[in-house]
Design a protein around this ligand. Structure first.
Ligand code: PFF
Length: 471
């Protein structure tokens, strides 16, 4: 059986469709909502530099490893891992990588859809004119009106999940592939429009200074760990999403180069989003870059409310947020959908419909965390915070750690080399000239996967748990 026909879900039309799909997965609320406020809380430039180092040194190699596993397995992360593990004649427990990924994807989607729903609500809010001329206090009240009303949150969460169902049920080519081919160019055009607006109307110089001026004193060990966690989240790695997309990647396409392009796009979007948001924030008096998670939903409406053409720009901005969240959310649903189709023979529509129902139900926990169930906490966490913590700080690092150790030490070397032939002669690779079996990607990628990435990830994991325990 040829490698491409082993999977039942199909293959992306071209390398570019894969790049757009993976970039769509990577570019999301992590870049537009999380990156700016986390940078704001950590003092700017020095944090940004560390974030980029983490992307390059850990993020890119781990993402490559995920694509290798997906393309070798050609199925959902669960069945791809099962195939690769059998082929590597190793302990069956490595298959857990696939299960953790599918589970993490569904858990993340349950709270991600709630925040994306806020974005949908704000398109309407800005459109209706209720943000025109608002000050900080009334913007906070508007936000409070939304989050304290479970019915509103459920309606928006349902609409957003419905949008995800429409795409994922269409399959790899007609659903995911077609959607990203439309959504990603649209997203880039809107980003450019926003950037031009920020340069013309915002305080662009102050934003550049904030993002690029390097003040080593503002760096703490904890900030370094946070930068690493953010790099993982924004690249969508450690959870099977990229593995699932990698399973549909045409054979023979260079994994190293393709992943590099995706991470450059992802970093660019984070930086451009940061420039846009801080230009706007710094041009409006009384708004601080350290506003935290409310930066996008409270501070920006204040700024849009007082800037020239603020209403139109505000609408474009929140449409951009929803598109970015949408193209990420479909990648959170795809691993589980692919698995359910493989396991039961259900149609794609049936599989994704059932999973969306499950995610919708799980998401109610996050919805109620902001209102009726605000006081219901477990170990100090509301359901929303707990899910965010459990996925970002536990499942994601465990997944990333296991993936790097598996590909670095355990995976069948012939299979690995088959996927990485494109690296021959490539900067990161050194081939030992003896037999094929003993070929190893000795330096660079291999070394990072074996030692650098696991050590760094283990550090995040331990510090993440420790930080929250001592909180
Ligand atoms: N990378 C997405 C973002 O930055 O918003 C979030 C995400 C998507 C994380 C898909 C994980 C994932 F599997």
């Amino acid at each position: 059986m040829s490698i491409d026909s082993r999977g039942i879900h199909g293959i992306w039309l071209s390398r570019w469709t894969f790049i757009m799909a993976a970039t769509g997965s990577a570019v999301g609320l992590g870049n537009l909502w999380k990156f700016p406020y986390v940078v704001g809380n950590n003092g700017g430039g020095a944090f940004v530099l560390i974030y980029f180092l983490c992307m390059l040194l850990v993020g890119v190699p781990v993402m490559m490893a995920e694509v290798v596993l997906g393309r070798e397995g050609r199925n959902s992360p669960i069945n791809s891992m099962s195939y690769v593990v059998k082929n590597s004649e190793c302990c069956q427990a490595w298959q857990l990588i696939g299960w953790i990924g599918v589970l993490a994807g569904l858990l993340i989607l349950s709270f991600y859809a709630v925040i994306a729903g806020w974005g949908l609500h704000y398109i309407l809010e800005v459109f209706s004119g209720s943000t025109v001329g608002v000050d900080g206090e009334s913007a906070a009240l508007l936000f409070g009106d939304l989050t304290s009303d479970p019915a509103k949150l459920i309606v928006w969460q349902t609409i957003f999940l419905g949008m995800c169902l429409t795409v994922v049920s269409g399959g790899v080519k007609k659903g995911l592939g077609a959607a990203v081919e439309i959504l990603m160019p649209l997203l880039f055009i809107m980003l450019i429009v926003m950037l031009i607006y920020a340069i013309l109307e915002g305080n662009f110089i102050a934003a550049c200074r904030f993002l690029f001026e390097f003040d080593i004193a503002s760096l703490s060990w904890r900030a370094i760990l946070e930068a690493m966690g953010l790099a993982f989240f924004t690249l969508s790695i450690g959870m099977g999403a990229i593995m699932a997309y990698g399973a549909y990647m045409p054979a023979g396409v260079s994994i190293g180069r393709t992943v590099l392009i995706i991470s450059v796009f992802d970093s660019l979007v984070a930086i451009v989003a940061g420039l846009i948001i801080f230009s706007i924030v710094f041009s409006t008096s009384g708004i601080e870059p350290t506003a935290g998670p409310g930066l996008m939903f409270i501070s920006l409406p204040v700024a849009f409310g007082s800037m020239p053409a603020g209403q139109v720009i505000g609408i474009i901005f929140f449409v951009l947020v929803v598109i970015a969240a949408w193209s990420s959310a479909i990648s959170l649903l795809e691993p589980a959908t692919a698995w359910l189709v493989e396991a039961t023979g259900f149609t794609r529509f049936m599989a994704s419909f059932l999973l969306i129902g499950f995610v919708w139900f799980l998401g109610l926990g996050s919805v109620f965390s902001f209102n009726l169930g605000r006081d219901f906490t477990l170990a100090g966490f509301t359901i929303f915070d707990g899910l965010d913590f459990m996925t970002s700080n536990i499942l994601l690092p465990i997944g990333g750690l296991a993936i790097s150790l598996f590909v670095g030490f355990v995976m069948n070397k012939d299979a690995l080399l088959k996927q990485m032939v494109d690296l021959e002669g490539y900067l990161l690779t050194l081939k030992t000239p003896s037999s094929c079996k003993t070929l190893s990607l000795r330096v660079g990628w291999d070394w990072v996967l074996r030692y650098v990435a696991p050590t760094a990830i283990a550090a995040i994991f331990i510090m993440g748990i420790y930080d929250n325990m001592s909180y």
